[in-house]
Ligand binder design. Structure first.
Ligand code: NDP
Ligand code: 2IT
Length: 444
């Protein structure tokens, strides 16, 4: 059996009931097969792949908090510190009832390669909880965040591990967690990113994942002789990533006709009204059913369905495995040119293969959505030098990072005889830097 196959089999056996983690490991290891085969004896001797696929540390803790009626609730908190070869652990915290250790491990594993691709000195980590912020009062969210940070604060710090937002975790939650960290540890430091502007947050961090996704998509299409202007785009999700992807796409002259949340989706042939969307989701925290009140001509549908709409470009920006083989077939039948992932692993392995086999330009999340964490790293730089950069400076750094990142994965794919396969390109380019750093640092 080849080294790659051996490690995949072992990971599946030793981590049962973690299908998303198996999926992420399989995708990465399959696509670095070429480089592993070339270096098989030294990688094997150093157990490089086993070390890469096993987190350096996994922390699991109880989170007890009191609701507005005086009832105590118990949730589970996680922080997986996956790999610190190129920098302190860095990655978001997800607050969603579906969170379990397998989900956090898949996200932490992806984060290693994503962070490497940004070209900035950040290692890979991820955390979160099965807490559901939906329907909770502000006070209850604060109670949860404080209880979560009371335990997490023992394991993080500006030079060790720097969490940020993800699903269910935005500026409000970061604020509460930052306050609690400062109270317990007695230090004001850049321990979290995505902070408010008045206490060390970077301009552009809110917009960064969505904007970065569009900067990369535009550059990739330009290199294939396609102008994004005038194109029809389907987006899924209606959260942080989706909103700012829609905003930047519209600014580039494209027309985004869909968005979705966990209960339904909107089709607006005139182009999604991003101001209305922000009001509904960021200010009022409501369901997408409200959208029709702002745009009576739009359609609202219950359930899933975004990928049934014909488009030139599809940007999945909600959650993992939200685009399956049937969706991929519908997209191809509708003439889609490109699929770029704003979410983490939103496309199943089968759907990815189908899209690639049918000539669709496919860019995986670890490359396409890296703008968020890259801007987090810029926030860390600003915190270290105790300065705040202008919007224009951060935005232009973000743009250069995404353009450079695209060419880096494109070149890596070419070097390994997989021209245009950005999954291979992203995994190889991300892996090369981490592997080199791990080998240089000895067996630790
Ligand atoms: P948000 O919580 O802001 O938004 C998530 C959106 O997806 C919501 O509209 C949510 O609907 C919808 N959704 C639909 N189905 C699900 C489901 N089963 N589970 C969770 N959400 C669902 O999160 P983000 O926009 O920050 O994150 C979206 C994706 O992008 C995730 O995969 C995340 O890991 C990834 N990502 C985020 C980055 C960031 O900077 N925030 C950076 C890089 C990647 P509803 O409102 O009904 O819950
Ligand atoms: O998936 C991701 O890259 C994020 N949720 C952002 C992580 C970060 O540290 O900014």
């Amino acid at each position: 059996m080849s080294y790659v196959d051996e490690v995949i089999a072992r990971i599946k056996k030793e981590n049962p009931d973690e299908p998303e983690f198996h999926q992420a490991v399989t995708e990465v290891l399959e696509s670095i097969r070429g480089i592993v085969d070339e270096n098989e004896s030294s990688f094997r001797r150093d157990a490089l792949l086993e070390r890469l696929c096993n987190p350096e540390r996994q922390i699991k803790f109880r989170v007890s908090w009191i609701d507005d009626k005086g009832q105590v609730h118990v949730n589970t908190g996680y922080r997986v510190q996956f790999n610190s070869a190129i920098g302190p652990y860095k990655g978001g915290l997800r607050l969603h009832p579906s969170v379990n250790i397998g989900i956090i491990k898949f996200l932490g594993f992806e984060q290693i390669f994503k962070n490497s691709l940004t070209g900035l000195p950040i290692g890979g980590g991820k955390g979160g909880s099965d807490f559901d912020p939906k329907g909770k009062s502000d006070r209850e969210v604060m109670a949860f965040c404080q209880a979560f940070m009371s335990e997490l604060c023992k394991y993080i710090g500006a030079y060790t591990d720097v969490p940020a937002g993800d699903i269910g975790m935005g500026a409000r939650e970061i604020g509460y967690m930052f306050g609690q960290y400062k109270k317990l540890r007695g230090v004001f430091e850049g321990v979290l990113t995505g902070k408010g502007k008045s206490y060390g947050g970077s301009l552009v961090r809110t917009e960064a994942t969505g904007y970065g996704l569009l900067y990369l998509t535009e550059e990739m299409l330009r290199c294939h002789g396609v102008d994004i202007k005038g194109k029809t785009i389907t987006v899924s999700g209606a959260g942080n990533v989706a909103i700012y992807a829609i905003e930047k796409a519209a600014e580039m002259g494209a027309r985004v006709v869909t968005c979705s949340d966990s209960t339904g989706w909107v089709y607006d042939p005139d182009g999604i009204d991003v101001t209305a969307l922000k009001e509904i989701k960021e200010v009022r925290r409501q369901r997408l059913t409200e959208y029709k009140k702002y745009r009576p001509s739009a359609e609202y549908h219950e359930g899933r369905g975004v990928w049934s709409v014909k488009s030139d470009i599809a940007l999945p920006c909600a959650t993992q495995n939200e685009l399956d083989i049937e969706d991929a077939k519908a997209l191809v039948a509708g003439g889609v040119i490109a699929v770029c992932e704003g979410a983490n692993m939103p496309t199943t392995l089968e759907a990815t293969k189908y899209l690639q086999d049918n000539g669709v330009y496919f860019v995986p999340g670890k490359a396409a959505n890296a703008g968020g964490v890259a801007t987090s790293a810029l926030e860390m730089s600003q915190n270290s030098e105790r300065l705040a950069w202008s919007f224009e400076r951060v935005d232009s750094e973000l743009k250069s990072i995404m353009v450079r990142l695209y060419h880096n994965i494109d070149n890596a794919a070419k070097r390994y005889g997989a021209d245009g396969n950005y999954v291979v390109g992203a995994n190889i380019a991300g892996f090369e830097k981490v592997a080199k750093a791990m080998m240089a640092q000895g067996i630790v």
